[in-house]
Design a binder for this molecule. Sequence first.
Ligand code: FES
Length: 83
Amino acid sequence: MYVCSCFGITEQQVKQHAEDGASTPRQIASACKAGTDCGSCVRRIQSLLGRGACPRRELADRGRPVLSAVDGQDGLDGLEEAA
Ligand code: FES
């Protein structure tokens, strides 16, 4: 089943990247681009990764404003910075 239709990434591929060490949607995006186009799959990727992938926690750990960042359009705020 596809998780990211923009890049044709399946649930199995996301799980494989997670097993290989990706623990956040950003790291999944770095591995296979999933979530970097329309962004509609990011929540699904987060749910596949589990609680550790919570973007609020990740942003809070970096001292970023939590609610304003999470309320963004696609949940990928800051993704470009890491690329
Ligand atoms: S469905 Fe994944 S970026 Fe569009």
